[in-house]
Design a binder for this molecule. Structure first.
Ligand code: NBG
Length: 794
């Protein structure tokens, strides 16, 4: 990229003056950040236009990724790095008397997602751009992304997030890209044609964000839909004094994209959520067909030019919507339309948890989307007819509910799980009968993460060490990390590797001091569990182990303990009481541990509020140990596990999700394995006394539960955790008790290994060297080849 510090500086000044409208002497950090962002955005426009033109000129097959969530985080620095302009930008800002890092940190996170599913969509968009896969992401432009988390007396308190109260410099509003979305009303038949007359309509208008890939070689579009009223303000009603009714269309429109639903693994069946899903999906499908019809006329060939990926079942209404448009708008025969739709569609499953699987009552579906309800029944009937042996258990419509998993499966040519183990479980448990009816439809594409953000951006010192050691160019060819492996034998390299880690830990210690007011020793073992708070992820087991360690030190204050900092991060869904209780317990235990003089620096608990992408970028490079301790069979993949190991953290984990493949890659000797396997979990639950027996046989766990029950961590309210303790003894569905003893054993192994600094350094460096497989570039290549039939335009 042909650009000098001087010319970039004048670009920034121009934007400050003409786009932001400020002069230098009055510009705030925010103004400078906007000016810098606009100057960078200008540089994205070139590759963006040329990519778009290339796609039209060559009529490349296009991939459309439909997702209700994109957990993007900050954009400025990521764009600067991918454009190769970070150094120039930083230098130009220095010339202007501004600190580039301060501007970077001024940007609010774009938090349009809950957790792994949304972050995966963001990594995949970046990889598609890097690989030159012509693609579009479709989603919603939520006015409020994921709520902000605060702690009040240890309780989680949610406040609305307001990223859009500031100007969003990376988006382009496209008022001309606009579609009408209908809801409710009724369906009538006219001359053999079904006609849906919606009772409510809303306009979807596009906001485009360019997504630039590594080295600016290609850029795709993330198109987020906002809602606008179809009928303008009702002046007549307003004049009559009926202000509420006058504003009704506007209210409906604003409500649709107002908030992101904050549950990631529970399904609630709310009408507004169904409307959001349909709103996003219908706008996307209409946009796809409009674009196709600009240069083609034969819709039966759609799948040769278009691949549509459904990120979980949230956009599964895409199938009936596409059929509806093909049949009702373009006059295609139903069976042909079903065939065309199925050849275009793919479905990624992200969870086996039954409470997460979407099911809508036929009443609600029939009310909100009456035409779609008819089409769903026709799909179901057609599938039953084509598969006479199919049982009632796999019907899309059963027990007066529409099952979106079955709908997505039946209407897709490929269904994929997100790790090897998960995909096997999708075959054997979730869709076992459909898998037999359609062998080969379910495939695996193991998740990945983008090394540009999760190594190059988040851990610049490690990135530099890697480049100095193996040369440039590993960022888009992560397998090259394997070239580090011979250097692991070199003690100078190991020292350099651990020096980077220590620096990151010092930096993060300062950050923790600033954000939480807690002093930690940067030489302690940084033990990190960051992810949504959920029973199956078993933060509770980690807290129990923390308490056991505290108890050990109390019993033996002069003992020789490996100092540890237990770092937690994560939000609970606002309505998930059990998870909120875990949040409270972590904070309560933290308070007792951190104020106990006996602990000295040997145990600390740090739980910074409001974990998000930016906090992940802060914590992950500083981690020594990565906690991946879910009940086997429950974590579909995990992607935090990949980011942590890539950054040289060792994993303590169960054989769950992608842990299995991470362990295969890094070697079992470089991974702290514990716990039951997915099969053993199922067997163990057959013993109704599993928890009680496990507790009785572990004095440490018994003590932990006793200490909690006595109110040692909640002296002002001693019975605060009686429910929690009682459930652990008597139900413990996620088998915390049954895995506890082995977890403790593995933690002792961690401590012993950490004492041997050189051994630890080797293991950590080997983790980084062997993580090449987990680049999202590898995942996207898999999708392109196995599902989308798309090729790189580069
Ligand atoms: C999550 C899984 C994770 C997985 C991500 C991305 C949902 C519904 N599922 O294990 O829990 O890594 O998806 O595939 O958020």
């Amino acid at each position: 990229m042909n650009l000098t510090r001087e010319s970039f500086r004048s670009d920034i000044l121009n934007h400050l003056k003409y786009t932001v409208g400020k002069d230098q002497s009055h510009a705030s950090t925010y103004d400078w950040r906007l000016a810098l962002s606009f100057a960078l955005r200008d540089r994205i426009v070139e590759p963006w236009f040329s990519s778009t033109k290339d796609t039209w000129d060559h009529d490349h097959k296009r991939v459309f990724y439909l997702s209700m969530e994109y957990l993007i985080g900050r954009i400025l620095e990521d764009a600067a790095i991918n454009l190769g302009l970070k150094d120039i930008a930083a230098a130009a800002m220095t010339d202007l008397g501004q600190d580039f890092d301060v501007l970077v940190h001024d940007e609010p996170d774009a938090a349009l997602g809950n957790g792994g599913l949304g972050r995966l969509a963001a990594c995949y968009m970046e990889s598609m751009a890097t690989l030159g896969c012509p693609g579009y992401g479709y989603g919603l432009r939520y006015e409020h992304g994921l709520f902000r988390q605060r702690f009040e007396n240890g309780h989680q308190v949610e406040t609305p997030e307001d990223w859009l109260t500031q100007r969003h410099p990376f988006e382009f509003e496209r008022p001309e890209a606009c579609y009408t979305i209908g809801f409710k009303g009724h369906v009538t038949e006219r001359d053999g044609q079904m006609v849906w007359e919606p009772g409510e309509t809303v306009l979807a208008t596009a906001y485009d964000m360019p997504v630039v890939g590594w080295e600016g070689r290609w850029a795709n579009t993330l198109r987020l839909w906002g809602a606008k009223p179809t009928t303008l303000f009702d002046l007549e009603r307003f004049n009559r004094g009926d202000y509420t009714a006058a504003a009704a269309p506007e209210t409906l429109a604003r409500t649709i994209t107002r908030v992101l639903y904050p549950d990631d693994t529970t399904f609630q069946g709310k009408e507004l959520r169904l409307k959001q899903e349909y709103f996003m999906t219908s706008a996307a499908i209409q946009d796809i067909l409009r674009r196709y019809m600009e240069v083609h006329d034969d819709l039966t060939e759609l799948d040769k030019h278009v691949a549509i990926q459904m990120n979980d079942t949230h956009p599964a209404i895409a199938a009936p919507e596409l059929i509806r448009l093909l049949v009702d708008r373009y006059g295609m025969a139903f069976s042909k339309a079903m065939d065309v739709a199925q050849k275009c569609l793919g479905y990624t499953n992200h969870t086996l948890l039954p409470e997460a699987l979407e099911r809508w009552s036929t009443w609600l579906m029939g009310t909100v989307l009456p035409r779609h309800m008819q089409i769903i029944e026709m799909i179901d009937a057609a599938h039953a007819m084509a598969n006479p042996t199919r049982s009632a258990g796999v019907a899309i419509v059963r027990n007066n509910e529409v099952h979106m998993g079955e709908l997505a499966f039946i209407m897709s040519h490929k269904v994929n799980g997100v790790s090897a183990l998960h995909s096997e479980l999708v075959k054997s448990q979730l869709f076992s009968e459909l898998n037999k009816l359609h062998p080969g439809r379910i495939i695996n594409v193991t998740n990945g993460v983008t090394p540009r953000r999760w190594l190059r951006l988040a851990n610049p010192d490690l990135a530099r060490l890697i480049t100095d050691t193996i040369g440039a160019g590993w960022e888009d060819n992560l397998d090259r990390l394997a070239e580090l492996e011979p250097h692991v034998e070199d003690s100078a390299f190991r020292d350099a590797f651990m020096a980077v880690k220590r620096n990151n830990k010092v930096e993060t210690s300062n950050w923790m001091k600033k954000t939480c007011g807690i002093d930690v020793d940067p030489d302690a073992l940084f033990d990190v569990q960051v992810k949504r708070i959920h029973e199956y992820k078993r933060q509770l087991m980690n807290v129990f182990e923390t308490i056991a360690q505290w108890h050990e030190i109390k019993k033996n204050p002069e003992g020789d303990f490996v100092p540890r900092v237990k770092i937690f991060g994560g939000k609970s869904a606002p309505g998930y009481q059990v998870a909120k209780e875990i949040v409270h317990l972590i904070n309560d235990v933290g308070h007792v541990v951190n104020t106990d003089p006996d602990m000295r620096d040997r145990l600390k608990v740090v739980y910074p509020a409001n974990y998000n992408v930016s906090m992940a970028e802060q914590l992950i490079p500083a981690a020594d140990l990565s906690e991946q301790i879910s009940t086997a069979g429950k974590e579909a993949s995990g992607t935090g596990n990949m980011k942590l190991s890539l950054n040289g953290a060792l994993t303590i984990g169960t054989l769950d999700g992608a842990n299995v493949e991470i362990r295969e890659q890094v070697g079992s000797e470089n991974f702290f394995l514990f716990g039951m396997t997915a099969d053993e979990v199922l067997l163990r639950r057959k013993n109704v006394n599993h928890a009680r027996e496990a507790i009785e046989s572990s004095q440490a766990l018994k003590d932990v539960l006793q200490l909690i029950a006595e109110g040692r961590f909640s002296p002002s309210e001693p019975d605060r955790y009686h429910g929690l303790v009682d459930r652990t003894w008597n139900s413990d569905y996620f088998l915390v008790a049954s895995d506890f003893a082995d977890y403790q054993r593995a933690q002792i192994e961690v401590d012993e290994t950490f004492r041997d600094k050189d051994k630890w350094a080797r293991m950590a460096a080997i983790n980084t060297a062997r993580m090449g497989f987990f680049s999202s570039d590898r995942s996207i290549r898999g999708y392109m080849k196995e599902i989308w039939g798309a090729t790189s335009a580069l």
